[in-house]
Design a protein around this ligand. Structure first.
Ligand code: SAM
Length: 222
């Protein structure tokens, strides 16, 4: 199976941009801004081509971006440069963050990036890493796909034995007929399990309208 890095390298920033309307992004940005303030130091985790990093920096937020796909990071850097925005972008994997502990007040991780970790062990690594790099009292906000019924289940073992054993919650979504990365579709009980293992004492998981669609939104605090 293709990794996220392979998938997005092939899709390119241009292809990814075509999968979101400006209207959706504007509405999602409005929601995100309600959670943030300009005194915080923010990490846009799995930032892609900087869809939120760039407008937030433009509006005076202190924000950095990190993503596993080098070509998307390159595109984000070029877009920031064109606007003379001084944003620090890095290539990295959310399972092993290239930041010191206590670096950020807030982390945002949007558009299913977290769900692309389809093994619970990897999700746990990412949550633990977020907790490590957050300052005390800081929070992470994760936006994921939500499905009342998991629409199409990968029974193909290529998605990983652990994923298959963990309740077959892996889907392959399609947007306008084009396949997307397989994603782990969480519900409140799978989130409870991950948060419990991570020892996170304070978290909120809600199904809410985000950018015009019902999404699964998770916030947890250090
Ligand atoms: C659908 S895009 C979303 C990009 C951005 N968050 C947004 O809302 O526009 C998913 C992103 O997750 C990134 N990604 C997937 N797995 C990752 C990982 N383990 N570490 C860091 N980034 C990852 C991909 O490279 C891709 O840019």
């Amino acid at each position: 199976m293709r990794t996220s890095k392979q998938f997005y390298t092939k899709l390119t920033a241009k292809g990814l941009k075509q999968r979101k309307t400006a209207l959706h992004t504007a509405s999602e940005l409005k929601y995100i801004k309600k959670l943030l303030n300009k005194r915080q130091h923010i990490l846009d985790l799995a930032c892609g081509y900087g869809r939120f990093t760039i407008p937030l920096a433009r509006q005076g937020y202190s924000i950095e971006g990190m993503d596993i796909t080098p070509s998307l990071v390159k595109d984000a850097k070029a877009a920031a440069k064109r606007e003379h925005l001084d944003i620090h972008f890095r290539i990295g994997d959310m399972r092993r963050l290239p930041y010191a502990k206590d670096s950020f007040d807030a982390i945002i991780c949007t558009w299913n990036a977290f769900s692309e970790l389809y093994k619970e062990a990897d999700q746990l690594k990412a949550v633990n890493e977020m907790l490590r790099v957050l300052k005390k009292g800081g929070f992470a906000f994760i936006e994921m796909r939500y499905a009342r019924v998991v629409p199409k289940i990968h029974t193909n073992k290529s998605v990983g034995d652990e994923a298959v054993r963990s309740g077959k919650r892996i889907t392959t979504g399609k947007t306008a007929g084009i396949g997307s990365m397989p994603q782990y579709v969480h519900n409140k009980s799978t989130i409870r399990r991950i948060m419990g293992k991570a020892g996170s004492r304070r978290y909120i998981a809600v199904i809410e309208n985000f950018g015009g669609r019902e999404r699964f939104l998770l916030r947890f605090w250090k």
